[in-house]
Write a protein that binds this ligand. Structure first.
Ligand code: ADP
Length: 410
């Protein structure tokens, strides 16, 4: 070898040595069993070992047992000519661990060459990012939970608001009903009172004919009865509301009660040119039901009085049908009828369809509320089916209670 060639080789070797030693990444050269043949300055700085401590040792000294168990060194792949890029933990001489990225390959002369880059800062930053991410996910979850709770709360508040509005409307309605009732009541009482006082005064006239006298007395008696009805209704509704109403059940002949009503209301209906028809099952027989006759009478009175009051032409049919274990009583008229939205409301106390000050019909709005309460006490129900301008059917059921022997009666 010429001295020139030798000099060039020496130069190339030195240049390679400089590149090897001063490379930014750590470099290890080893044989296929992992024995370290050479190491550069970077790997020594990274691990804290001196070059001589590394050379001759197996690369395994740079890893903990757990690390090797978790990520074994992959000689098989390397021998097959593949390069292996792994993130690993290296155990430094001082016992501390650092994170590295290790890129290993078998080079042409059969040696293994590993490029090792310290990525501890990157891994730590990544860890922090992951932690922050976890926190963010947690915060998001908490926010989602809070949001759901807020939505639920909002829903509850909306419901409570709607409930309050309903209660307010009900209270206003009830207030309106009460003041209407009071205005109505003073009118209802004053009218018969004026009748009684006015016609009683007229009776004082000594020149009054016998016929006129009779007419005035009739008006006074009618007004007195009207007063009595109002007072009775008031007593009934306050008894119902305070829970003081009792049933006085006894063996009651239904046919007889209905026929009495027919006889009583026939003339009142005729006076308005209305035909009153009664419908009984086996009218000539006694039909005994164990019930409260006074309350049944009062219910039928209310329904028939209303039917006549709210009918101007046509007819009124009333009676009963026996259906399974119930009696179905009905009062059907061809009167003014009731709008659909009022059909449930008319059973509330004080409630009248027409509540204007210029009401065309007299009444206190208590009759149906009292009837409904009595019917429910007796184990039945009341319904209305009506079409404005065509008429109404009020029906109510009473359970069939078999008559009892006289001695057991209340
Ligand atoms: P009142 O007859 O004293 O007003 P009710 O409680 O008996 O009180 O009836 C309440 C309201 O129901 C009446 O004011 C009327 O508006 C309506 N009503 C009851 N019966 C009839 C009917 N047969 N036809 C039409 N409307 C009726």
């Amino acid at each position: 070898m010429s001295s020139n060639t030798h000099g060039a080789l020496q130069k190339a070797k030195k240049s390679f040595q400089t590149l090897f030693e001063q490379a930014a990444d750590g470099i290890l050269i080893g044989n296929t069993e992992g024995k370290i043949i050479d190491a550069n300055t970077s790997i020594c700085e990274m691990t804290g070992y001196e070059k001589k401590e590394l050379i001759g040792n197996n690369i395994m000294i740079l890893f903990t047992k757990e690390e090797l168990k978790k990520k074994p060194l992959e000689y098989e792949q390397l021998n097959a000519g593949k390069s292996v890029l792994r993130e690993r933990k290296i155990l430094k001489k001082d016992g501390k661990e650092i994170y590295v990225e290790m890129n290993t390959k078998k080079v042409a002369d059969g040696r293994l060459q590993a490029y090792i880059r310290d990525i501890t800062d990157r891994v730590k930053a990544q860890k922090k990012i992951n932690e922050k991410n976890c926190e963010l996910i947690k915060t998001r979850k908490n926010l989602e939970t809070s949001n759901a709770q807020l939505l639920q709360l909002n829903k509850q508040l909306e419901e409570q608001k709607a409930e309050l509005i309903r209660a307010k409307e009900k209270a206003e309605e009830s207030d309106k009903l009460k003041s209407n009732f009071l205005a109505n009541m003073s009118h209802e009482i004053r009218t018969p009172m004026n009748g009684i006082i006015g016609f009683a005064k007229l009776l004082e006239n000594p020149g009054l004919s016998g016929e006129r006298h009779q007419d005035f007395v009739r008006i006074i008696v009618q007004s007195g009865k009207r007063m009595l009805n109002i007072i009775n209704d008031l007593i009934d509704i306050s008894r119902i509301e305070s829970g003081y109403t009792n049933l006085q059940k006894m063996n009651t002949d239904i046919n007889k009660i209905l026929l009495e009503h027919y006889e009583f209301f026939k003339y009142e209906a005729e006076a308005k040119n209305i035909k009153l028809n009664i419908h009984l099952e086996e009218p000539h027989k006694e039909l005994i039901l164990y019930t409260d006759p006074a309350k049944l009478t009062q219910i039928l009175n209310n329904l028939l009085k209303n039917a006549i009051k709210f009918t101007n032409e046509g007819q009124i049919d009333f009676g009963y049908k026996k259906k399974n274990k119930r009696f179905l009583f009905f009062v059907k008229d061809t009167g003014i009828g009731i709008e659909h939205q009022m059909q449930n409301k008319i059973f509330e106390r004080f409630r009248q369809v027409n509540m204007d000050s210029a009401r065309p019909y007299e009444g206190t709005g208590l009759g149906l509320a009292i009837s409904k309460a009595f019917i429910q006490m007796m184990g039945g129900s009341i319904y209305v089916d009506s079409e404005p301008g065509k008429g109404s059917v009020f029906s109510f059921t009473l359970p069939v209670e078999n008559p009892v022997a006289e001695k057991n009666q209340e």
